[in-house]
Design a protein around this ligand. Structure first.
Ligand code: TRP
Length: 454
């Protein structure tokens, strides 16, 4: 059922900012520098950028064209673009993936509020940053409270719809994010540790590139671009037929990559080299430690966590919109009911993740994959943030070329843009050959070794 008056973005800039807002998130500012630090610096960055351009961009085009052609979210798009019912199951997997990712992403997003608050109200103390972080993640009540607070913010925006909520907030928040990031980089580059950090970050060391680096870089690329679960497809479904997809898609991908690279330009000069702690520790312990000692550190820290909170918020709204649009498009629900039910489901699913970081011991060690003990949050990230997105990306490519059919996909993608034949041929090669090889290979590797990418 297609609602009579589907909402559309007010302007193409609004769409680009909203889609870039979805892409730019904790993935760029927290996960990308962490992975770069763990995987040897410059070589990883080089690999990452190549994968973004060669596989991520084509996949972005698939999602955006499917959405715009169908004018419906993933379930509706699979239903209307190709007749076979089996594809619809994939649509449901996408909606579920969005809900699950939001449920644990919201936990970490909640931390940004807490740390912003800490910078403004209490200030950072160097000796306390590690233990304080541990005490915070162990506190189940606080974990759930901050998750709920972040979901509350998200729900409040998605409730006001595509134009009045998502687009309006993104057009304000994204420029703020960009300016904050620039200011912080300028500050970071004046620190005595800047040069060492930049060398580690920007000079590729060929010895650090391996099959594992490749899988990590690729997983990070899809996650960071919000690909593989219909988030970009859903945003594309609010585009009017006349828009230039080739251009907007490219701008979104470039913005996301630029912000990731810029986050590294901020974090590595502050660290002065490779981080010695991994995962959550990087931003919430190591950086907090430094903010406690740096000149104007408390002020800079407050700006930094505000930046992180904004980045996370424009991402969580896109995750929520996928599920909301499902209830609205396919079930005919009102937006109010759709966001309310989605928020409830997400909170429910988020509780075990929130409690898996020390509050409830059993949830901290649920399963072991490839010799690694995984807690509930890690497990959700592995299956939904990694496996499901890669599988989704792989099947989206197959769907566009084989079920929806190449001719129809290309007609939709190139409408409104004068793309030269050689670009079209190149893009087809990337989608038909490189993307399936790359995505299939990663999926196999991930399932066999159980590598989680966080
Ligand atoms: N891309 C966001 C980030 O980098 C997270 C995100 C938002 C996402 N929507 C998504 C990830 C959809 C995968 C799929 O933080």
């Amino acid at each position: 059922m297609q609602p009579a008056g589907r909402e559309h973005w007010k302007s193409s800039l609004g769409f680009v900012l909203a889609a870039a807002g979805s892409a730019v998130g904790l993935g760029n500012i927290w996960r990308f520098p962490t992975l770069t630090g763990q995987n040897g610096g410059g070589g990883f960055v080089l690999l990452y950028v190549s994968i973004v351009l060669l596989v991520g961009l084509p996949l972005m085009y698939v999602e955006l064209s499917m959405g715009r052609a169908a004018q419906l979210g993933p379930v509706g798009a699979f239903r209307t673009l190709a007749p076979h019912r089996a594809w619809r199951a994939l649509g449901y997997l996408f909606v579920l993936t969005g809900i699950v990712i939001l449920s644990y992403y919201g936990v970490v997003a909640g931390w940004t509020l807490k740390y912003f608050w800490m910078a403004v109200v209490d200030g950072f103390t160097k000796e306390a940053s590690g233990p304080a972080f541990g005490a915070f993640t162990k506190n189940g009540t606080l974990q759930i409270a901050f998750l709920a607070a972040f979901l509350g913010l998200t729900t409040g925006i998605v409730f006001f719809g595509v134009k009045g909520g998502i687009e309006r907030m993104s057009t304000v928040l994204m420029p703020v994010l960009f300016v904050l990031l620039l200011l912080l980089i300028v500050y970071a580059l004046t620190l005595p540790t800047a040069l060492d950090g930049l060398c580690f970050y920007l000079i590729p060391d060929p010895a650090s590139i391996s099959g594992k680096t490749f899988v990590f870089a690729a997983g990070q690329a899809f996650f960071s671009l919000s690909l593989g679960m219909g988030a970009m497809l859903t945003y594309g479904s609010y585009l009017s037929p006349g828009s230039n997809l080739m251009r907007s898609g490219l701008v979104v991908v470039l913005c996301d990559t630029a912000v990731a690279i810029m986050a590294g330009l901020l974090i590595f000069p502050v660290l002065g080299g490779a981080p010695d702690k991994s995962g959550p520790g990087l931003v919430f312990v190591v950086l907090t430690d430094l903010f406690a000692t740096l000149p104007a550190g408390r002020f800079v820290g407050a700006l930094f966590f505000l930046l992180l909170a904004i980045a996370a918020l424009t991402s969580t709204i896109s995750l929520m919109e996928v599920a909301a649009s499902y209830w609205i498009d396919e079930r005919g629900w009102s937006r109010k009911k759709a966001v309310g039910v989605t928020a409830g489901l997400v909170l429910l699913l988020g509780v075990p993740s929130a409690l898996s970081l020390g509050a409830v011991g059993g949830l901290g060690n649920v399963l072991s994959i490839g010799g690694k003990a995984l807690g509930f949050l890690d497990l959700m990230d592995f299956f939904f943030g990694n496996v499901s997105l890669t599988l989704g990306g792989f099947l989206l490519v197959l769907f566009a070329l084989l079920a929806w059919k190449r001719a129809r996909f290309e007609a939709e993608l190139y409408a409104g843009s004068g793309t030269p034949a050689v670009v079209r041929k190149g893009l087809f090669f990337l989608l038909a050959v490189l993307a399936p090889l790359c995505l299939g290979g990663i999926l196999g590797y991930m399932l066999i070794t159980g590598q989680t990418l966080g």
